[in-house]
Write a protein that binds this ligand. Sequence first.
Ligand code: MIG
Length: 785
Amino acid sequence: MYNQLNAIQSHQRAGNTLFLDCGGPRVAITALTEKIIRVRLAPQGSFNARRSWAITPPDESFPPVPLELTEKNGRLVLSTAALSIQINCAPCRITFHDLEGRPFCADTDGLGWSAVEGFQGVTCAKRIEPGENFYGFGERTGRLNQLGQRLTNWATDHHRYGPGDDPLYIAIPVCLALRPQGAYGVFLNNTWHSCFDLGAFRPGTWTMEAEGGELDYYVIYGPTPAEVLAGFGQILGTTPLPPLWALGYHQSRWSYGSEAQVRELAAEFRRRRIPCDVIHLDIDYMDGYRDFTWNAERFPDPPGMIADLKQAGFRLVAIVDSGVKIDPAYEVYRDGLERHMFIQCANGEIFHGFVWPDDSVFPDYTRPEVRQWWGEKQQRLIDAGISGIWNDMNEPTVFTLPFSQGGGQQKTIDPDTPQGPEGERTFHAEVHNLYGSGMAQASYEGLRRHTQTRPFVLTRSGYAGIQRWSACWMGDNMARWDHLEMAIPQLLNMGLSGVPFVGTDIGGFFDNAEGELFARWMQFGALMPFSRGHSHTETGPHEPWAFGPRVEAICREYLQLRYRLLPYFYTLFWETSRCGTPVLRPLFYEYPDDAATYQIHDQVLLGPWLLAAPVYQPGQEQRPVYLPAGEWYDWWTEKVIVGPIQHAAHAPLERLPLYVRAGAILPSRPDTNYTEERHPDTLTLDIYPGNGTFTLYEDDGHSFDYERGQFCTTRYQVLQDETNLKIEIGARSGSYHPSPRGLLLRIHGIEKQQADRLPTADYDSARRILTLQREDDGQGLQLEF
Ligand code: MIG
């Protein structure tokens, strides 16, 4: 039962905010930009003074926005240059309109607050417009479009989750609503247990509800999905440029549990010439699961081992769990206790529960001094040469009994446990969803302080804004075909929630993969922004060579493809660092006016140019692929297919259906076994006639010098008219200078007569590819023929 707002009795403007007084309850509507509007409800009339937990810039930091307020026919209309907010006065209801007058995000019941004694919930009900679909919502199962679903935001270690399960580890109350000509986003700025109901309870109405805190939401108008994502980036932050090595392939397992095993694994990758940059150490490297320690028997000389591996081009990432073992002989426990770093119950006892290290306590990462302290503790791993930190069990997961006694009940920290920074004390119920983000922030900031290079952090749990600190993987999936299928929309919806650096355990975590499943998973996995194979301790070997030579060859081929495309991947990460753009995108992201793309959950675009349609069924050698309007080049055959079309792709086990959009300029580099093996001696540009532009970004790949201008960009353009193809390579601009290299242009889809107009080039008539070789002097180049 919720109270609803009555009539507005007075209103008042203060700067960019319009306050509405509804006879006690008050509403504040703030235009932060012409497209970002914040709406807050104070049921008792006074707004919560607490800062937002996840919003980066304070409201005051936005420059003034030209605003117009008019009143007519019992309505208040607040207009920016991009939209208008129409407020019905009796009762108070808010509707947004685009410049053509189309309504969106319109209140039905509007803002509500609990009418039940002892329950502090808030709610807001909005109309689902005809043809509207809903995406994002962080880490989800099921299809891409979440229309008709009810989704919970409560970080949970959902044991053996599968399609249809809710909620999972990551809680991101962010949604992207889409219909032709109009996308908008909503961020529910509330960290409590909350739900989105997308018409499951009441068809035609979508709601957001939280079990505590304020009703406080941001509406971000597009009209394109790209503009919505840019808006999310403005308020929630973006992923900083990762180190290049983190874009390589990562190999993990629970656990590579000894120095000999790790060395053997590394050698095997090089022997077999399968590209790999990173090896992950799961919990067995530790001494009795004590964070920041080493098991001296299994790993007698971590610095020596890590130094040798570095020589061979491998980095190590070490897992760190959130639970700190209760053990008076353990320095981290003792020190943390002395400095009051752990979460304490209301009765003064330290909260404790069972995880891998048995009885454990939990740092309160909402407190800056705790994050600082945790970051210092990482020093031991960094001193040994560890390059990145993997945060696990940080929902946090807590059990009632030791694992040796079956673990008992799985839960988390009790909701009424006090937590929070000085002056902002609250209870776990409010900050539960932030636990993973706080831990990742502590890890990121500690790594940055101590290494002065770009950190790599991987986390299982997180809240909105987690992209500022960490990559995310989708937890414990299974080696099953439906889990491979689920991975596709799962990663796409993460990207649409502002989190681009994502991947699933390639091959599946639980159970044994068979070769065919592994090969198909790797074909998609090689294109995942975060690409890591990982598996459970009770499974058989899951390394790329574990399934025989045919699967091994497939893994090699697709990982080599990933490595060749690194300049493209890297530029896509640069884009997301600036604009929040997803690296892996659903089709509708690039074709928002094509409603045929709205329900496609099983195809992806890697950046603007590459379309992949992973095969996720056994024995399948053909699958339907939707190609939107325009020309598409089949990656394998060079055949041109004209969309929009539903096309049957030929997909024997060796083939991932892959297409390049006309107008593409795809930068690539020569094969390497790891990202920093040598300076690439050639920059290759694959050019696909059509109309397009692309800006390549380059820097040293590991330092923060780019923040001081040490980077360069090169703009490319392809123009095609009836008779001529024009290719323009701009002069390189910026103060970073790549090492000397050649430039290889491969122009696709060229007919013989046209090729003859460029006699200096090599022509492959079977594949219709024209090749030109130059020095890459950074001066730019123009071709027209
Ligand atoms: O209770 O560290 O999701 O990736 O291998 C299991 C062991 C704890 C869960 C993680 C998984 C990891 C495993 N961890």
